[in-house]
Design a protein around this ligand. Sequence first.
Ligand code: HEM
Length: 533
Amino acid sequence: MAAITVDFQLCFIFILLGIFSLFCLSAFFFKKPKDPQLQGCGLPPSPPSLPVIGHLHLLLSVPCLKSFQKLSSKYGPLLHLRAFNIPIVIVSSGSMANEVLRTQDLNFATRQREVSIMEKSLLFGSFGFVSAPYGDYWRFMKKLLVTNLFGSHSLEQTRLIREKELKTFRTMLFDKAAKKGTVDVGKEMMKLTNNSICRMIMGRRCSEENSEAEKVEDLVIKSFSLVKKVLIANTVGRLLKKFGISLFEKEIMEVSQRYDELLEKIIKEHEEDPNKKEDRDMMDVLLEVCADDKAEVKITRNQIKALIVELFLGGTDTSAQTIQWIMAELINHPEILKILREEIESVVGTTRFIQETDLSNLPYLQAVMKEGQRLHPHSPMLVRNATKGCKIGGYYIPQNTTMLINTYAMMIDPDSWENPDKFQPERFMVSPSKGKDDEREQLALNFIPFGSGRRACPGEKLGYLFTGVAIGTMVQCFDWIIDGDKVNVEEAGEMTLTMAHPLKCTPVTRVNPLASFESEDPKWLMEEFDMYC
Ligand code: HEM
């Protein structure tokens, strides 16, 4: 009986392979470009492929970043792969990425080749802003986001929210230090960024009683673990669906459902008790547009929910992981930690805590943040789609090619960076006005941890604020003790780069600007200070 089952399975697989072969035959003869300027250009170099599946095995390989980097060093900065009959190009040099993201930005301003396969999902589905094609909806939402959340004016208006959350974080660290407790840096950073973003966009913290913070954190982590699966599902899923195979749909819809329940509750609370005009938050603005029949672009409740999910994803794990990597490097490089601490002490002193407004006066801290992101970019692979067939680096890129821009490879490319594997913040101490032209150009070309072009990260400034004050606080106020001599900086993850061994360390208080006031303990002074901190 068992043997018969196996035979049926084999038959089924052979039939499937046969049908796929037909697709692949057509793939062999890619449609020739009609544009005379593109005729005569060949496709970028390609490694040997397997029958039927093409290079799918390479795309599924773990860790794919390293294997792409190896292939690119052999075949060049543009690498042509195919998954069944779907063309994919891996870009791994600054100059090629510049052509895609800047020179031909408009042609590559959409991420997905077609509407997401998980149409109804709030996560990576068709309601999203991140997955939206470049067009009226995306432009309208981007304007809304810049005006109400990411612009300098909005960031100034929400500064107190972030300062309060930073204070909670600092208090937790002093408390841990007093009790000689260990801090799970990534986890605490998720709490800090999560609560700050929740309050910035919805005017509320994630409540601790209902363990909402944990729910959101858990969802964010689960969502990032699905990124590669979604990319594969969106690239080849439609083809497989024709044969009744749905890739990862159940997993993704389950997470979407959990987000939906959480957000529906929050939206209802906003609808029942909207904020006054002067206290409006991002959620109030979105609900107002949703209810406005005359709005320039009509947005739906699901689009609001999907955007909030994307802001949780875009803003929490990105900053939390970045901070964790930078702290790990600083602990492993005490000489750099010392220089940074001296800079903070000379600018901020020891009688007050570092705050956001100090960051522009701390060039070495900025260089440390950049160097951390160069070595450990949170999103090492940017995704774009060729809306039209075009020419890049002298090669033909067919319409609807999925472009994967390997920023990880670019930012450790030995042709562009001296000692690329070393943590050396000094390389970023080139003043934009004084540095040599070619040095500045090289940095701009090869350093893109926030992406580039129209679809670059709109939260870059906010990300720098989160990262800067968190690192600044940990360096200004504490020494850090780890188990062993060095932090293990082994990498894990693929579409997002995480620490294989999350950073756990024990703070030892070295400076507490509040301590001198606390010893005098005049109540009025403490209240004053509390307001200020
Ligand atoms: C250190 C922190 C951060 C890093 C490293 C980071 C990185 C990135 C990267 C690499 C992209 C893709 C860009 C591209 O395709 O060219 C991106 C897009 C995006 N990020 Fe960030 N980000 C950070 C912080 C934030 C924050 C704080 C938010 C919001 C709360 C945010 C929201 C977004 C959104 C909405 C997009 C999609 C933009 C679009 O499709 O037009 N990010 N981010």
